[in-house]
Design a protein around this ligand. Structure first.
Ligand SMILES: Cc1ncc(COP(=O)(O)O)c(C=O)c1O
Length: 384
């Protein structure tokens, strides 16, 4: 049977190819976007799960919008206004899919940072949207380009990850946040603020979300994957109810609702007395792993390779002298290190203006991080 045209155009994921090989026990993988399993709150989950098994109503069909006590928690915790609504989704990835299906007709314009999160690129490509890219600087999107792009292309949406971007780790400065909010208002562009890494700040000051600066012009995606666990598959979309209401209708047609027992489990975690310590422990673990990776890079790699400093999140962006990053990633794999080349993070037929690798530091032990960098140093010596 013939596939839809949109699916025929979708590129096979290079990341999946790399991850398949990265499972080899002799390979150190810095390729995935996986949180550390030791960060999962298993003792808390165990105690909540045994209580959930006493409540049969949680194992019945439930409301599409989400488990009511979890929605109440989100209203309060995210300080939503009375005109806002929340929708619990099966991870933020489903949130992206619902937004694309609700708001993007083929050829509608959507602006993305370049490079950008691969899962979002795929969703917007499947929607056959017109993807317009704006370069990312170490401070956030290039504002001159962004304004030109809003003025010339009249896009409907701007998709962005302002806190600890995937893949670059960039966190927008306050000045950039204010200016982007102003531009969205001036040009009537709706901001899709994707914030899965916001809670993973281990240095510097917490900054306001961009959506707080233009609330009438924004939809926010929050994920629980990075500080609860990705396997529970839960996220929440919030925004003014006229944006969220159509998404609820779509979700009903898509999967009826996200798992109720998992929503109750998540609420149990978020309201648990030990939750603040749990968050602190994840931040401390990731900070220590980031520092180990950054100092190994400084020690082993040539000066021509530079890492953008970060204050949180899960990724380090290593800028290299210009080279063929796909070939380099394959060479590194042969040398026992899996990483993701920058080419993967651009839509089809577009490419970046420089060479880089995304290194994940959250899912490797300290010794493995150091060994990975020393293996990279040997492989790079012959390549760049
Ligand atoms: C920027 C970004 N958005 C969304 C997601 C998807 O998150 P979830 O596990 O909630 O579907 C990821 C996952 O890595 C991500 O990096």
């Amino acid at each position: 049977m013939e596939l839809t045209q949109s699916l025929q155009c979708l590129q096979p994921s290079y990341i999946r190819e790399i991850l398949a090989v990265a499972g080899d026990p002799n390979t150190i993988s810095l390729a995935g976007g996986l949180p550390a399993e030791q960060s999962f709150p298993m003792p808390i989950f165990q105690s909540i799960m045994s209580q959930l098994a006493n409540d049969s109503s949680l194992f019945q069909y439930g409301p599409t919008q989400g488990y009511a006590p979890l929605l109440d928690y989100c209203d309060q915790h995210f300080s939503l206004s009375p005109t806002d609504q929340s929708l619990v989704t099966t991870g933020s990835q489903q949130g992206l899919d619902l937004i694309a299906r609700a708001y993007l007709n083929p050829s509608d314009g959507i602006v993305m940072e370049a490079p950008s999160y691969l899962g979002a690129v795929q969703v917007f490509e499947l929607a056959q949207a017109r993807i317009i890219q704006v370069d990312q600087t170490s401070d956030g999107p290039d504002l001159t380009q962004l304004e030109q792009c809003f003025a010339q292309h009249s896009p409907k949406l701007f998709y962005a990850v302002p806190d600890f971007h995937n893949p670059t780790g960039v966190c927008w400065s306050l000045a950039v946040r204010k200016q982007v909010a102003q531009l969205c208002r001036r040009y009537d562009v709706v901001l899709i603020e994707d914030a899965p890494y916001r809670e993973l700040r281990f240095a510097g000051e917490m900054l306001p979300m961009v959506s707080e600066l233009c609330p009438e012009q924004a939809i926010v995606l929050r994920s629980f994957s990075k500080y609860a666990s990705p396997g529970i598959r839960l996220g929440v979309i919030t925004g003014e109810s006229h944006y969220i209401h159509p998404l609820i209708t779509l979700k009903q047609a898509s999967d009826l609702h996200s798992s109720l027992p998992m929503q109750a489990l998540l609420l149990g975690l978020l309201t648990h007395d030990h939750f603040p310590q749990h968050l602190q422990a994840i931040r401390a673990l990731y900070e220590s792993r980031y520092k180990i990776l950054a100092s190994a890079i400084a020690e082993y790699l040539p000066d021509s390779c530079s890492a953008w400093p970060i204050e949180g999140g899960m990724f380090l962006w290593l800028i290299l002298p210009t080279c063929d990053v796909n070939t380099l990633a394959k060479t590194l794999l042969k040398n026992g290190v899996a990483v993701v080349p920058s080419s993967v993070f651009y839509p089809a037929h577009m490419e970046g203006s420089y060479s880089a690798l995304r290194l994940n530091f959250t899912n490797a032990e300290p010794e493995a991080l150091v060994k990975a960098v020393s293996r990279m140093a040997s492989a790079l010596a012959g390549e760049v």
